[in-house]
Design a protein around this ligand. Structure first.
Ligand SMILES: Nc1ncnc2c1ncn2[C@@H]1O[C@H](COP(=O)(O)OP(=O)(O)OP(=O)(O)O)[C@@H](O)[C@H]1O
Ligand SMILES: [Mg+2]
Length: 259
C-alpha cells in the first residue's frame, strides 16, 4: 500500500526568508534521493516566484491555487508538468492577492486546499507548498492541509522577530483547522562563518526549544550559485550540483525524509 502523502508547507512570517528557494531545492533534492517518488509543488504565493522559476512566465489564469481555493476549477485540470518528470506544479496566480476579500463571507474557506488535495494525494508521495509572508486565507489553507511545517530562517535579528510571531498563529491553526499540524523544524539558510551568524544560530536554537521544535542539523550556506541558478531558471542541482548550497540542501532533504 502507498505510504501516506507527506505535505510539507514552508512558511515563516518574514519576507525574503528563503521560502521559495527551499521549496525548489527540496523538491529537486527529493527527486534525486528518491528516483521513483512523485512530487507536487504548490505555489501559494501571488508573487509566483516558484511558478516562474519552474515553468517560466505562463499566462495568469484560474487554473491555479487561486482557482482551486475559490472553487472555480478542479485541481486535476490545474496541475501542469515541469522539465523534471518527477515534479508537477500547481501554479499561482496574481489574483491570489485579492482572495481574502473575495472569500470573506464563505463558510469553510480555510479547507479548500485540503479538500482539493484529497482528490490528488494518491498520485503523489510528496506535496511541497510555497507560501507568502502574510497569514492570508491562502496561507491558512496551506497550513490547514499540511502534515509538516518547515520554517526557514536566516540567521539575523529580523528573522528572530518573525519567529516570535509564529506560535500565536500556529496555535490558532491547531485549535481551529489542523490539530495534527507538526512544526517539524527550523531550517537555517544563508549561513556563513561570521560570529553574528553563529550567535544567531544559538538564539534560534533557544527559540526552537521554547516553541517546542528543533533546528535541523543541516544548514544551508550562502552561495552566489543560488540566485544565479534562479536567474537562469535552472535547478540548483543542474547548475551547480557540487556547490555547498546544493550539497547542504541534499543533506537537509535526507534529514527530513529520513534517507
Ligand atoms: N543559500 C543562499 N545563498 C545566497 N542567496 C540565497 C540563498 N538562499 C536564498 N538566497 C536568495 O535570497 C533571496 C530571497 O530568497 P527567496 O526568494 O527564496 O525568499 P522568500 O522567503 O521566498 O521571499 P518572499 O517572502 O518574497 O516570498 C533570493 O534572491 C535568493 O536567491
Ligand atoms: Mg517566495
Amino acid at each position: 500500500m502507498k505510504k501516506e502523502t507527506k505535505i510539507f508547507v514552508v512558511y515563516v512570517p518574514k519576507g525574503g526568508a528563503i521560502k521559495t528557494t527551499t521549496v525548489m531545492a527540496l523538491s529537486q533534492a527529493i527527486s534525486i534521493l528518491k528516483p521513483k517518488a512523485s512530487i507536487l509543488v504548490v505555489d501559494a504565493d501571488f508573487q509566483k516566484n516558484t511558478t516562474v522559476t519552474l515553468v517560466g512566465k505562463i499566462e495568469d489564469n484560474d487554473y491555479s491555487t487561486y482557482g482551486v481555493i475559490t472553487r472555480k476549477v478542479d485541481i486535476n485540470d490545474s496541475i501542469i508538468s515541469t522539465d523534471n518528470p518527477q515534479i508537477d506544479l500547481l501554479p499561482a496566480s496574481i489574483s491570489l492577492a485579492g482572495v481574502d476579500i473575495e472569500l470573506q463571507n464563505e463558510i469553510g474557506k480555510d479547507f479548500r486546499l485540503k479538500e482539493a488535495f484529497t482528490k490528488i494525494k494518491k498520485d503523489y508521495d510528496y506535496i511541497i507548498v510555497d507560501t507568502s509572508v502574510l497569514m492570508s486565507t491562502m496561507v491558512v489553507n496551506a497550513l490547514t492541509s499540511a502534515t509538516d511545517l518547515i520554517v526557514p530562517a536566516r540567521p539575523d535579528a529580523f528573522t528572530l522577530d518573525g519567529l516570535d510571531m509564529l506560535p500565536e498563529s500556529l496555535n490558532e491553526i491547531k485549535q481551529y483547522t489542523n490539530p495534527n499540524l507538526q512544526l517539524t523544524g527550523i531550517l537555517i539558510g544563508y549561513m556563513n562563518d561570521t560570529i553574528l551568524a553563529r550567535d544567531m544560530v544559538t538564539r534560534i536554537e533557544e527559540k526552537a526549544q521554547e516553541i517546542g521544535t528543533k533546528v535541523f542539523k543541516s544548514k544551508i550556506r550562502t552561495g552566489v550559485v543560488v540566485p544565479e541558478a534562479q536567474a537562469l531558471q535552472q535547478s540548483l542541482f543542474e547548475y551547480a550540483r557540487h556547490s555547498k548550497p546544493a550539497e547542504n540542501y541534499l543533506e537537509f532533504a535526507k534529514e527530513l525524509i529520513g534517507e
